[in-house]
Ligand binder design. Structure first.
Ligand SMILES: [Zn+2]
Length: 479
């Protein structure tokens, strides 16, 4: 199996792994070849960087937290509850979801907006989780397995991007490889059946409605009849046939019927994603206004929340704040309303009030790092760089590799008049979001600044070599 070549070239090219990590025999892929957890992790991280450089990923922490917690809840109820996963949202109207190496699962905002309830969203995610836990993805991405790690990750990302937007994403890859990609996109029919079978079990165990899986498939099938060649992208990689719908319906019938209410977070994230799309503020206001009197108190509140965000999009902050204050008074424990109010104060440049609002949120929700980053951004804005630096040092270690963290550090050092560290952390920021050439440029700028620190010079040289090696490995794709 070609994966062996991947591992060999990976050993030679990756400075991240020590020899004993490479020898770890663990998860076999579908054909029994071995890939260690460390290698899979590195491949996944590289894949995600590549995806970020080509697709618009939501960086809204509230949106990220929602999809992560829904995803983790499903994983906890899957066959592999301890496997690593990372869920993220792609801002695109197409109905699509995909699984990459290392448990990276992307869900389009369009899929969420087209779901009728949270169980439908969860059914697609359970299906994708099953593709990962059943190790289908390595077979689907076989074309990538001849390459070194960064090249393999970039090729898998290109396959995903190609299904997302057929005309872009193949740019960096030769025609020969692009041709072989097409053959690699589809999961096999038996993979699909297995992912349905395993996914529906996860769905039911996680207390979602198993009947939502055939219901969503049916919706996709109708859409494909209606749209013809412009059918939902999801169907290109996961073809829905009548027999799949019948199979999943039969399986769903094995479970007793129970009522599954949507979480309020699902409703609020859906409203937020709708306002973050490119729909005009007027259309959005009309949409939410038409639904203000429908459903339960919580459903009405979600429409009010969407309305407030739509007014904010029109910069009518007073109207938006008025709606939010009523929501906060009625639902004081719904975190999203207070967060939206604090964010609006930031947009209005009411910095003092915004700081107070975020300080309250931070005190109330100490494990939610988004408020710490919001406070850092405000401290930088008001020229309190030393305080910002102190705050960044308090960010938990596991969050010290996020783009937010590196950007915060870079901007703080810029204010502190420290160009070396400014460029150094800008380089790390660009690298995390997949812009490796930009990262190299920033390191070179850092090296041009006056520097008497031998230790820092060595770090810069080391990072330059690391980033440059990755670019060299990617050149494989153009040969
Ligand atoms: Zn599938």
């Amino acid at each position: 199996m070609k994966l062996a070549h991947l591992l060999l070239s990976f050993c030679l090219s990756s400075p991240l792994l020590s020899a004993d990590e490479i020898l770890l025999p663990d998860m076999g892929d579908s054909t029994g070849t071995l890939i260690s957890p460390a290698q899979e992790k590195a491949l996944g991280a590289s894949f995600f960087r590549s995806i970020q450089s080509q697709l618009e990923i939501s960086h809204d922490p509230e949106v990220q937290n929602y999809i992560q917690s829904l995803g983790y809840h499903l994983v906890a109820n899957s066959d592999s509850p301890s496997q690593a996963f990372h869920f993220f949202i792609v801002m695109a109207d197409d109905i699509n979801a995909f699984a990459g190496p290392g448990g990276f699962i992307g869900v389009n905002s369009g899929l969420i907006l087209n779901s009728s309830n949270e169980s439908e969203l969860a059914s697609v995610m359970s299906h994708e989780i099953a593709h990962v836990t059943q190790r289908h993805i390595y077979r689907a991405y076989e074309a990538a397995t001849l390459l070194s790690l960064p090249a393999a990750a970039a090729l898998i990302a290109a396959i995903v991007v190609a299904t997302q937007a057929p005309d872009v994403g193949i740019g960096a890859i030769s025609a020969v490889q692009a041709g072989s990609i097409q053959a690699q996109i589809n999961f096999t029919r038996s993979n699909e059946q297995e992912a349905d079978r395993v996914g529906i079990k996860t769905l039911a165990k996680a207390q979602f409605d198993p009947r939502s899986m055939p219901a969503f498939f049916e919706k996709l099938q109708q859409a494909s009849r209606y749209y013809g060649s412009a059918a939902p992208e999801y169907l290109r990689t996961h073809p829905v046939t009548s027999s799949r719908i019948a199979d999943t319906r039969n399986r769903a019938e094995d479970y007793a019927y129970w009522q599954v209410p949507d979480s309020q977070s699902y409703r609020l994230i859906k409203a937020k994603l709708r306002t973050a799309s490119n729909r005009s503020a007027n259309d959005l206001i009309a949409y939410f206004n038409n639904r203000l009197s429908l459903g339960t108190l919580e459903q009405k509140a979600a429409m009010q929340y969407g309305l407030a965000l739509s007014y904010a999009k029109q910069e009518r902050y007073q109207v938006a704040q008025g709606i939010l204050q009523t929501l906060i008074a009625n639902f004081p424990n719904q975190e999203q309303y207070s967060n939206a109010s604090a964010y609006l104060l930031t947009l209005e440049e009411n910095t003092a009030k915004a700081k107070k609002a975020y300080a309250l949120l931070e005190k109330r929700y100490p494990t939610n790092d988004q408020y710490k980053f919001a406070i850092v951004a405000l401290l930088i804005k008001t020229n309190q760089a030393p305080q910002a630096l102190q705050r960044l040092k308090e960010i938990p270690y596991h969050r010290q590799n996020s783009p937010d963290y590196f950007l915060g550090l870079a901007k703080t050092y810029e204010k502190l008049g420290n160009p070396i560290n400014f460029h150094r952390y800008m380089a790390e920021y660009h690298y995390t979001i997949g812009q490796t050439l930009q990262a190299i440029l920033q390191i070179k700028l850092a090296q041009k600044a006056k520097n008497n620190n031998f230790y820092l010079s060595a770090i810069l040289e080391d990072r330059l070599t690391f980033f440059s090696n990755e670019i060299l490995a990617l050149k494989q794709l153009q040969e």
